[in-house]
Design a protein around this ligand. Sequence first.
Ligand code: AMP
Length: 303
Amino acid sequence: MSEILVVGSLAYDSIQTPAGKVSRALGGSANYFSLAASLFSKVRVVGVVGEDYEQKDFDLLRSREVDISGMTTQKGKTFHWEGEYKGDMNEAITLKTELNVFETFNPVLPTHYKDSSFVFLANISPDLQVKVLEQVQAPKFVGMDTMNFWISSKLADLKKVLSKVDVVLINEGEAMMLTGAANGIEASRKVVEMGPSAVVIKRGEYGFVMYTKAEGFFILPAYPIEKVTDPTGAGDTFAGGFFGYLASLNRKPNVADLKEACVKGTILASFTIQDFGVKALSKTTTKDLEIRLNEYKKVFAHY
Ligand code: AMP
């Protein structure tokens, strides 16, 4: 098994959906990613939190054997995101982004992180993504995510990261915004022209589109869920399942591996959306995953 290094946000989220609301619930791309990926592989986190970060939230990652020695506590407040979903549960409306300690964060990797072979640059400022990647000695497989906030505020840095990664995982709307494409299919080809050899476009309840330079498209719907409570973190959970599975194979991924990784990511994300924040994901076991995977295969293996 290879170890995965992840850099991303560690956050408190205030979220409102048609199913209810929560205030300052644990979130952040690195938390969702780590909880998902740790079902398959060992994870090392790089990130920063404020003095308000609660002990139980460190303990949650520790309980999944996630290496948190690269998580630093800085004077000030933890990153805070406030979002809302209205009608369209596939698109979050950002009400507030308070970067707080992330504004001055200068990531320095613990020495034992530098040999990581799988690296995931989760959703965070692209200049931090680059700073982390530059410290890894010889990464075998690198992935990244991003969002509209960074596309509109740090496009030049973002393009630099795009040119250095093997795979991009991104929401459909954000892929269209990044490339100027009119739909996800056109966007996927245009993302690949920016550097990576594969892109996975996440489409909420409609699943995903993967496009690889080697074999073209692979498209599937999401696992059908009737009652979506909170879609926050679905994308990061997808990425965690995707990367966690790939790292568990301990080889440079081929296209068949990437396809299976997409399915693992989709199934794990279906758990996240059934409760607020990380609540459902933190209770999900490999057994739950296996059961849902078998159901998914029954639904989509034939047409
Ligand atoms: P997603 O998987 O796309 O729903 O990501 C949800 C997570 O992204 C939330 O837990 C937020 O804390 C986090 N987030 C929101 N805005 C940003 C941002 N600008 N940079 C990094 N993380 C963010």
